[in-house]
Design a binder for this molecule. Structure first.
Ligand code: NAD
Ligand code: TDX
Length: 339
């Protein structure tokens, strides 16, 4: 089987590439990535020489380039991870989110239609459902919860989801969508909460918590997300949406305190800063459908996953130090210096 993985030089995409190459030695994995600020070729170093792996530096919005790759590689399945993924950046500059997340999705699906009605999987997010109030712990997002987005990022992802479902209904393209909660684990770009706090704590820098840190996220170890997508592309029902989440809700402030504890750093590093505009309060996924239909369950407990993650950042300092010493410095100053 030939599997195109877009965004495979990013956080979840790279973990998915590793998972697929290890689990299916007879598959070819073809990675398409533009290598934006979030894509990192060094992440894929260990698989670059694998004869079952091929890398193309390409923008998913580039129609002729995508057409050419589809014609040459003859994929059986396309899994689309490629996206602008950071909510804070979408608040600063929405345009590129609309281009990659919406137009890019349609370019890939058009190529799927053109080259033989190819199986297409869209990696989406729980953020398309908006947020839940803190005082209603009984509420969860199901696949039928209405889309109700808050940020340019989540709006672009919801738009893409609607397009994917339209291509199913209108053209009969064999699609599925997964909507996952917050991932954490190796190769997570240090602009996001957990790796940012680990990197700052290790450098004894302030730990910038937005607002009062009471916002709740439902954290899932990245490898469990990859296993869910693997199941969906092999056994999922065409035209369906699957929620993926770990029933592991935590307040931001508790995550940051836990990171301080694990690293032996003082909680005095914690600094409360101005809140994110339109900040979603709580995300909580009901993963009953994927459990009942496909037998998926998260395997990694948060207490184990966070230790594995912290160990990974301790053992792979060069990976994230190279990132935070470059263009990231400008980003960090702009976002945090006068916050
Ligand atoms: P990431 O930002 O770490 O990686 C995105 C990758 O896409 C990068 O390698 C980047 O170079 C590439 N890319 C960006 N624009 C591109 C373009 N125009 N053409 C080709 N490649 C391009 O993101 P991530 O956290 O790994 O997220 C992957 C996917 O999963 C996204 O679609 C995101 O919406 C979704 N998702 C993420 C989370 C999470 O917690 N990180 C949770 C649910 C869903
Ligand atoms: O410096 C910070 N301080 C802080 O308090 C950062 C970067 C974040 N936060 C808060 C904001 C959120 O409540 O931590 C929480 C998590 O923030 P992010 O890591 O930016 O993730 P989130 O906004 O929840 O979105 C993530 O999950 C859903 C991914 O980035 C998305 O791509 C995914 O769709």
């Amino acid at each position: 089987m030939n599997v195109i993985v877009t965004g495979g030089a990013g956080f979840i995409g790279s973990n998915f590439v590793f998972h697929m190459l290890e689990k299916y030695p007879d598959y070819r994995i073809i990675c398409l990535d533009k290598l934006t600020y979030a894509g990192n070729l060094s992440t894929l170093e260990s698989v670059m020489d694998n004869p079952n792996f091929k890398f193309y530096k390409v923008d998913i919005c580039d129609v002729p380039a995508i057409d050419k790759i589809f014609a040459e590689e003859k994929p059986d399945v396309v899994v689309n991870f490629a996206a602008e993924s950071h909510v804070d950046r979408s608040i600063e500059n929405p345009q590129v989110f609309l281009e990659t997340n919406i137009i890019g999705t349609s370019v890939l699906m058009d190529a799927c239609r053109k080259y033989g009605n190819i199986r297409y999987h869209q990696v989406s997010t729980d953020e398309v459902y908006g947020d839940l109030p803190l005082d209603r712990p009984d509420l969860f997002f199901t696949e039928t919860t209405p889309l109700h987005t808050s940020s340019p990022y989540s709006s672009s992802k919801a738009s893409a989801d609607l397009l994917v479902l339209a291509y199913y209904r209108t053209y009969g393209l064999p699609v599925t969508i997964s909507r996952c909660s917050n991932n954490y684990g190796p190769y997570h770009f240090p602009e996001k909460l957990i790796p940012l706090m680990i990197a700052n704590a290790l450098n004894d820098k302030p730990l910038p918590v937005y607002g009062e840190g009471l916002n709740v996220r439902d954290w899932l170890y990245v490898k469990d997300h990859c296993k869910a997508i693997d199941l969906i592309i092999h056994k999922g029902k065409i035209g369906e949406v699957y929620n993926v989440g770990g029933h592991n809700e935590m307040r931001n402030i508790d995550i940051v305190k836990l990171i301080c504890k694990e690293l032996g750093k003082s909680e005095d590093l914690i600094t409360f800063v101005a809140d994110r505009k339109g900040h979603d309060m709580r995300y909580a996924i009901d993963p009953t459908k994927i459990h009942n239909e496909l037998g998926w369950l998260p395997e990694t407990k948060f207490e184990d996953g966070i230790k594995l993650t912290i160990d990974w950042y301790l053992n792979n300092r060069k990976w994230w130090e190279d990132i935070i010493s470059g263009e990231y410095q400008n980003y960090y100053h702009k976002m945090y210096d006068e916050r």
